[in-house]
Design a protein around this ligand. Structure first.
Ligand SMILES: [Fe+2]
Length: 297
């Protein structure tokens, strides 16, 4: 089974920018995301999916630049075309930029304008065909879900974002955590997988483990220890994350057990890489994580 892993696409709908002065100013203040080429990046990624035909394509959040409704709708259009033309199964989760984002804006000439963002209910609806409608189990307290693309490999798609206070904060909250109700739901997922003899892999936007001395506050999930314990007691030894925009693998040993966090770099940032993983029952998942493939741009 081949799995493509990408993250932090930060897609900006072409209809929301004229590439003018306001957009240029915003780009210059940014962190290297190639927002001018969102459309081209998605097409190039879809082209690689077309050629290599992975069984599964996972996107671990920050699908859109700043949660603009139109960017989400365009993104869903790309995913629809990708699934129907290649047969890959796409699964997504939100990142901290995707929901209730006060920074959602469009650009015209010298000015930027506030544009509509989306709430969790709308996210679930737009991305229904890319996870939510196919879920084996859904968490009632977040946008997390459990999917079973095959009998033996299951995906725990975790919503680690904290977007409820974005309006008051007037920016998307950077930090992530999993609530105690979501942790209880993970135990139920683990129980189910045990009964069916399936292996679970975790997908989350925030880092499970630290990847850098410089970037951990706001990047690594706040209750990392608690989450690690829950994942390990449910036999989950690998998670794949995004958010930090750099590619890195960290591991943590707890007694005889070890858990890996594979952070993928942002598709929107040079060199526009994504991860490729092959899975077979015989090997540990992280041993099968390939060096990143750069998209065919
Ligand atoms: Fe993020």
């Amino acid at each position: 089974m081949t799995i493509f892993l990408t993250t932090d696409i930060h897609y900006l709908s072409k209809s929301l920018t004229d590439g003018g002065a306001a957009f240029q100013r915003d780009l210059a203040l940014g962190d290297g995301k190639q927002l001018r080429y969102s459309e081209e990046l998605m097409k190039a990624f879809a082209y690689d999916v077309q050629i290599q035909k992975p069984d599964i394509t996972l996107i671990s959040g920050d699908l859109t630049n700043n949660g603009e409704k139109q960017s989400h709708l365009d993104m869903a259009g790309h995913l629809k075309a990708m699934e129907s033309s290649t047969g890959t199964q796409v699964y997504v989760i939100p990142g901290n930029h995707d929901l209730l984002n006060p920074w959602a804006k469009s650009f015209k000439g010298q000015h930027q304008y506030k544009t509509e963002s989306i709430n969790p209910k709308t996210f679930r609806k737009i991305y229904g065909p890319y996870g939510y409608d196919e879920a084996l189990s859904k968490d009632r307290h977040s946008l997390s879900y459990l999917a079973a693309p095959s009998a033996k490999l299951w995906l725990l798609m975790l919503d680690t974002n904290m977007y409820r206070n974005n309006k008051e904060l007037r920016h998307p909250q950077l930090e992530g955590r999993l609530s105690s109700s979501t942790l209880k739901w993970i135990d139920k997922c683990g129980e189910l997988a045990k009964q069916k003899g399936a292996t679970i892999v975790g997908i989350m936007h925030h880092s499970l483990l630290d990847h850098s001395e410089l970037m951990h506050d706001g990047f690594t999930i706040q209750n990392t220890q608690e989450v690690r314990e829950v994942l390990l007691r449910n036999g989950i030894a690998s998670v794949f994350s995004g958010h930090i925009h750099i590619q890195d693998i960290s591991s943590y040993k707890q007694g005889t057990e070890e858990i890996y966090d594979v952070a993928n770099s942002a598709l929107s940032v040079f060199p526009h890489q994504f991860g490729i993983m092959t899975y077979s029952n015989a090997n540990h998942l992280s041993d099968n994580y390939h060096s990143m493939g750069a998209i065919g741009v």
